[in-house]
Design a protein around this ligand. Structure first.
Ligand code: ATP
Length: 250
């Protein structure tokens, strides 16, 4: 297998006396979708916050594209090409799609915003994901559905030339058809060569979209599996702790 795009070795994080991540090993690959699953409180968000520099890890090694890195703030993560799409999506309702996709990184030409260039780049980013559900990139976000909003947030990561996109529960608030759309989008992100980590409580989504499944249980990584080599019941067993590390191909 290729060098992992991201590799964690022995990563730890504590809050006071509480050990939340107890020496985690984890890998995710370019062009692949890796699902990170685990029950409430297992440590998924803490792992993601460490990767995105929001809440740096206490100990352990982080390798990005084969190189040791120290991600201590979000800017550093972003410079490496790590983008997180949080559940709240961080979109501005009163701005249109282009404005949201360029938020804080607007292109300027001769002292004014280069609207044409931004519109072109936003359209191109959405086209690279074969997005057909958005009528106009000048639509306000307030007029978009939940699935379309996810599309905008995911498109923004493409525009930022992300190498690793982390999606926190991207389908949690969506109905069946929109979930399908977003999962297709997740697949296309990976097909474009981007490494994708998806956090989800919905195992049907996980089995549909993920190439690999990593299971956290009480701050430990109990299984790292190829989706093709496992099944729903086993993954539920790892999540609930009824199946142990033994037998896990981690
Ligand atoms: N800032 C903090 N201070 C103290 N404890 C924390 C802090 N952040 C997280 N924790 C604890 O760490 C544990 C893991 O939390 P985390 O949010 O990473 O879990 P999670 O797997 O993302 O759960 P969920 O699926 O509910 O979002 C929990 O027991 C939580 O209470």
């Amino acid at each position: 297998m290729d060098t992992p795009l991201i590799e964690l070795v022995g990563v730890k994080k504590s809050f006071g006396p509480v050990d939340v991540l107890k020496g985690i090993d984890f890998k995710a690959y370019a062009g692949k979708v890796t699902a990170l699953v685990g029950d409430n409180g297992a440590g998924k968000s803490t792992l993601i916050k460490g990767l995105s520099g929001v809440q740096p890890f206490d100990e352990g090694t982080v390798r990005f594209d084969g190189h040791d890195v120290h991600i201590v703030n979000p800017k550093q993560a972003s410079n490496l090409g790590i983008e997180v799409v949080y559940q709240d999506l961080a979109l501005c309702e009163n701005l249109d799609i282009v404005q949201n996709m360029f938020l804080g990184r607007e292109e300027v030409a001769m002292g004014t915003l280069d609207e044409a260039a931004m519109e072109f780049a936003a359209t191109k980013a959405l086209q690279s994901l074969s997005v057909r559900t958005v009528k106009s990139v000048r639509q306000k976000v307030s007029s978009l559905s939940g699935g379309q909003r996810q599309t905008v947030a995911i498109g923004r990561t493409v525009l930022r030339n992300a190498k690793l996109v982390i999606l926190d529960e991207p389908t949690a608030a969506l109905g069946v058809a929109q979930t399908e759309q977003v999962l297709n989008l997740v697949r296309r992100l990976a097909d474009n060569g981007i490494g994708v980590i998806i956090i989800s409580h919905n195992l049907a989504d996980v089995f549909q979209v993920a190439d690999f499944i990593s299971v956290l249980y009480l701050g430990g990584m109990v299984a790292s599996l190829a989706t093709a080599d496992t099944n729903y019941n086993d993954v539920v067993g790892y999540i609930t702790g009824t199946k142990s590390l033994e037998g896990a191909a981690s």
